[in-house]
Ligand binder design. Sequence first.
Ligand code: S3P
Length: 344
Amino acid sequence: MFKNLYPETRALSSYEIDYDGKFLCGFRGIIFDIDNTLVGHGADADDRSVALMRRLTDMGYKICFLSNNKEPRVKRFCDGLEKGGADMSRIFSIYKAGKPLVKSYYAAMKMMGTKRKTTFFVGDQLFTDVWGANKAGISTVLVNRLYDREEIQIVLKRIPERFILKLYSAKRWKKAKEGALVLIGFMGSGKSTIGRKISESWGFKFLDTDELIEKEEKRTVSEIFAESGEPYFRSLETKAISGDFCELGGCVISCGGGLPMRAENREPLKKSGRVIYLKTSPETVMKRLKNDTTRPLLQRKDKEEAIKSLMKEREPVYCDLADITVITDGKSVEQVLEEIKLAL
Ligand code: S3P
């Protein structure tokens, strides 16, 4: 009923989105709302927003701010970015945009030289930001507003918005429970820990592909690698996700880090439910697995190099396969769960 008001996904804030992954997936332009999305209402660009814009333009993105606010407000924000050293040749803005009217979204894409498929929108309001982006056919990320203090016309819109978001979450939750939650990511990204916590807190059944394989083979992953070689282990992974795997509703499945790398394994993962990528930096993985002896691929002197090069190879596959990406570095298990729940 409210489909045009539903965002494609949600994030805790504009500062928790996996922009690198979206770039890898082909996105090149980002349309941002400013007030309560990047800074508080009417506030100047701060260190955090300057740093984000610098990072995004360095990465290769073009940015367009789309604000219903007036020229002086938008200009002041952009001046702050310029002062902070942002590359203003890649940053554009439209004031009095009249969101949710679509014409300003089209104008933003024209300025950035991007298309619907290569552009996404980040904003904190349904009736302006998300509605307009949906009408324009652009992918949307709805973020939680940064601060509670808002202008009266926005406060009033938050009432029906809360109602619609409740419906949206209930629908998504029901769908998530019908299928499986498939956790992918590098070794040491926390798939088993998060999977177990999801199982405990949300009542999903927990499955782990490595455990299934070990049980079936009656030997550990290390033993399988040593005695039968990696190709044999990979064939066991494919076997583990074949058959009725796609019909596993109400399960959370932790997949071995290398499992999505076989092209034929991706379809069953996608089909079985929502694929959640737990993204973790090589530094964090190194810290967690410094003394690990159970991952055969990392039993080498140049562990750090091995992590970096394997991750580089796998990252595009993880990003492409994921419905949801959560950056896990420096976050508690509870925080990661909260982000998954919001994005479901
Ligand atoms: C592997 C990851 C491991 C395990 C095996 C190979 C990989 O699982 O399947 O050691 O290739 O990344 P975890 O990701 O659970 O550590």
